[in-house]
Design a protein around this ligand. Structure first.
Ligand code: UD1
Length: 437
């Protein structure tokens, strides 16, 4: 099984270029089947999650033509809508966000069927708000034998209040409503940058969506969509991960191709704990020459501190002076990396399941650790880069779900990290880098 082997202790220095946003891409790729025209999508992150979604789309008959690593042409014209439009369980199991195909298919063909996604590595993840939205638009939604079936004679615009701020529900409802008859208002909508990006993409195909990025989204249904060309926004979380890697290793990194506004919550916290953060139009620089300080963080929907950055900042705070407190308010099972961090010498205690109390230590020491989920995996890699000695990170398939060429980008910053797929290769790497007898 593939693993990363890391020799820590080298501050990361240099420049890194951020790719397209995975979470925007998942919504946009799914929405692309809603036109019979052609969508040319650029700046697509070439990661496992987007690749699985593209396979799921091909599975329902969409045409997907890869043009190099980060560009793809999609057409929904060949989808045969006479059948049941089933999104195969295999894909839903691999990637929850294939449920965006439900909103896309329901909007376009007024029917969709998919396996109901279960819980996942970061907690139980209900989709009741998605279903509430589809029903409000007039769809008959049934759950039988582990499948979700949505169907409508026609979809009609509606006034929908989301009981919880949900990225997925906002995107799914926005897609279905944009081809409904009449007007829809989504209140208490999520405001993440990728909501705005999916709305912009839909608008580029002819949708009429206003207010994305605020908590009230207004959609005027249109009859059909047309061709488009679109470039996906940069990935806020990939950028944030490199910002934390710079801070935790006491390095100096210029992170290019970012939208600094999307990084404000992360930049503000780094500033607060004593890191240098400089911003340009499309780049941020993060540097840390001294030991950083402690702080308190609560994860919140955008523009609050992102839950997807929680493990990475925990690793940084684990090396900072004093006691930091992190409260996770979005997902219930997002501290599974803490046990792994302890093996590297971190002093972190989780209380009540949702609060981590972190007493900063002077240094981590390398160990063999297991990746519990995508972002925690990236955090463990950062810990390994900051630690003394060698760290082996197992289960890196999780990390590859969301980070393109992660090890290569880190090596470009001087990080001593290698992807290996056997113990023999790992030993070879250690022998080659040569600091162990
Ligand atoms: C998306 C992101 C994920 C990020 C999360 C929060 C994608 C593909 N994934 O996930 O990386 O961590 O936003 O920023 O974009 N909830 C309900 N009922 C619902 C839907 C959600 O109770 O119908 C709850 C969830 O359990 C969770 C909270 O709402 O506690 C937020 O979830 P949501 O914003 O929907 O997350 P995802 O879209 O799954």
């Amino acid at each position: 099984m593939e693993q990363y082997i890391i020799e820590g202790g080298t501050p990361l220095v240099g420049e890194v270029v951020i790719g397209g946003a995975k979470n925007a891409a998942l919504g946009i790729l799914a929405a692309a089947i809603m036109t019979d025209g052609q969508c040319m999508i650029d700046n697509m992150p070439n990661v496992r999650d987007t690749n699985v979604l593209l396979q799921a789309m091909e599975g329902i008959g969409a045409r997907v033509v890869r043009k190099g690593d980060n560009e793809v042409l999609i057409s929904g014209k060949c989808i045969d809508s006479s059948g049941e439009l089933l999104v195969d369980n295999e894909y839903i199991r691999k990637i929850r966000a294939s449920y965006y195909l439900i909103g896309a298919l329901l909007g376009k063909y007024k029917k969709a069927k998919a396996a109901l996604p279960g819980g996942c590595d970061i907690g139980s993840r209900p989709i009741d708000q998605h279903i509430k939205g589809f029903r409000a638009l007039g769809a008959d939604v049934r759950i039988e034998h582990g499948m979700i079936m949505a169907e409508a004679e026609e979809l009609r615009g509606s006034h929908i209040y989301l009981d919880v701020v949900s990225v997925g529900a906002t995107i799914n409802i926005m897609m279905a409503a944009s081809l409904a008859i009449g007007n829809t208002i989504i209140e208490n909508a999520a405001k993440e940058p990728h909501i705005v990006d999916v709305a912009n993409f839909l608008n580029s195909m002819g949708a009429n969506i206003k207010g994305a990025g605020t908590d009230v989204i207004r959609i005027k249904g249109v009859e059909k969509f047309h061709d488009t060309e679109y470039s996906i926004i940069p990935d806020q979380i990939e950028a944030g991960t490199f910002m934390m890697a710079a801070a935790a290793t006491r390095g100096d990194v210029l992170i290019r191709n970012v939208i600094p506004k999307h990084l404000e919550a992360i930049s503000a916290k780094l500033n607060e704990i004593g890191a240098v953060v400089e911003e340009w139009d499309d780049a941020v620089r993060v540097a840390a020459t001294r030991r950083l300080k402690h702080t308190q963080i609560k994860t919140l929907p955008y523009p609050g501190f992102p839950t997807d950055m929680q493990p990475q900042i925990a690793v940084t705070l684990g090396l900072s002076k004093g006691t930091s407190i992190i409260t996770e308010s979005i997902f219930e099972n997002r501290f599974r990396y803490v046990d792994e961090m302890r093996r590297m010498g971190a002093n972190i205690k989780v209380v009540d399941g949702n609060t981590a109390i972190i007493s900063g230590v002077e240094r981590y020491t390398g160990a063999t650790v297991e990746t519990p989920d995508l972002r925690a995996g990236a955090a463990l890699v950062i810990a390994g880069l900051a630690a003394e000695g060698y760290t082996t990170v197992n289960n890196i398939g999780y990390i590859q779900r969301g980070y393109e060429r992660f090890d290569e980008k880190l090596r470009g910053l001087g990080g001593m990290i290698e992807k290996v797929d056997s113990e023999r290769e790992a030993n070879k790497y250690i022998y080659k880098t040569g600091t162990v007898d």
